[in-house]
Ligand binder design. Structure first.
Ligand SMILES: C[S@@+](CC[C@H](N)C(=O)[O-])C[C@H]1O[C@@H](n2cnc3c(N)ncnc32)[C@H](O)[C@@H]1O
Length: 243
């Protein structure tokens, strides 16, 4: 096992051991704060107005959400754009804990396991399928990959973040887009009695990690929340980049 894999697996084990979807929801999503609204507005803007995405015909709008957690609201924003959504998470409990609304449920074709530590992060084994869902072929490439608050929490060093991003980008077809939202300056978040680390990102780190892509949109919002959100980020970001 490489150093990258053993570090990321150590972190994944923390999630497997203690992450509770209900507590996560109650702590971070009981009501949408201004940071969550910033993400939702960003996704809504991208999925209704971004010219690069809007110019694609419906059959070229295959979308993957990486690291969905127990949170269906961001793919709900994507369901106005495409009816071909795959959601993913490393934890069984997150994949089975997803309650999706009618329109979103129609658009979500499958919920599959993923693992940012794996050489191919979308592992098609052991899918939890929604009715009528299929498993993705191992060679599947996506037109859009979206991910919120995942990569920086699934890795603990900048080097690992970049490696995970590189592996994820291999699942985007050339010309396809990455839509990434997350936390800046964050080193941990608290969930019940568990504390999860993250890699401390700056806007410059992100831009450097995406240097081979064309950045179409990059926005930063200063922290809007206080102690009610037990994490130490100083800002959040939303970006769109084309491969
Ligand atoms: C902070 S939560 C974010 C959840 C959700 N996307 C959101 O926006 O609230 C981090 C997510 O990363 C997932 N995760 C942790 N390690 C991972 C890995 N190695 N590969 C993929 N996802 C992972 C966790 O299961 C969890 O759902």
């Amino acid at each position: 096992m490489s150093d990258f894999e053993s570090r990321v697996r150590w972190l994944t084990d923390q999630y497997t051991f203690s992450f509770d979807p209900k507590t996560y929801h109650a702590t971070y999503y009981s009501e949408p704060d201004d940071e969550v609204k910033f993400f939702l507005e960003g996704f809504h803007r991208v999925f209704t107005q971004e010219p690069t995405l809007m110019s694609r015909p419906p059959r070229q709008r295959r979308l993957l959400e990486f690291g969905s957690g127990p949170v269906p609201i961001y793919v709900a924003a994507a369901s106005v754009y495409t009816s071909s959504i795959t959601m993913s998470d490393v934890l069984d409990s997150n994949r089975s804990g997803l309650a999706v609304e009618e329109r979103t449920r129609k658009a979500v074709q499958m919920v599959v396991p993923c693992d940012g530590a794996a050489a191919r992060p979308l592992q098609p084994g052991g899918t939890t399928e929604l009715p009528g869902a299929l498993r993705p072929p191992a060679t599947q490439l996506y037109d859009v990959i979206m991910s919120t608050l995942c990569l920086e929490f699934a890795s603990s060093t900048l080097e690992d973040f970049r490696e995970m991003l590189r592996r994820l980008l291999e699942l985007v077809r050339p010309g396809g887009c990455l839509v990434l939202a997350g936390a800046l300056g964050n080193t941990y978040y608290q969930l019940g009695r568990s504390r999860y680390p993250s890699v401390r990102l700056s806007p410059e780190d992100l831009k450097a990690a995406l240097k081979d892509l064309l950045i179409l949109d990059f926005r930063v919002l200063k922290r809007q929340t206080s102690k009610e959100k037990p994490a130490d980020h100083d800002a959040v970001f939303f970006l769109v980049a084309q491969k």
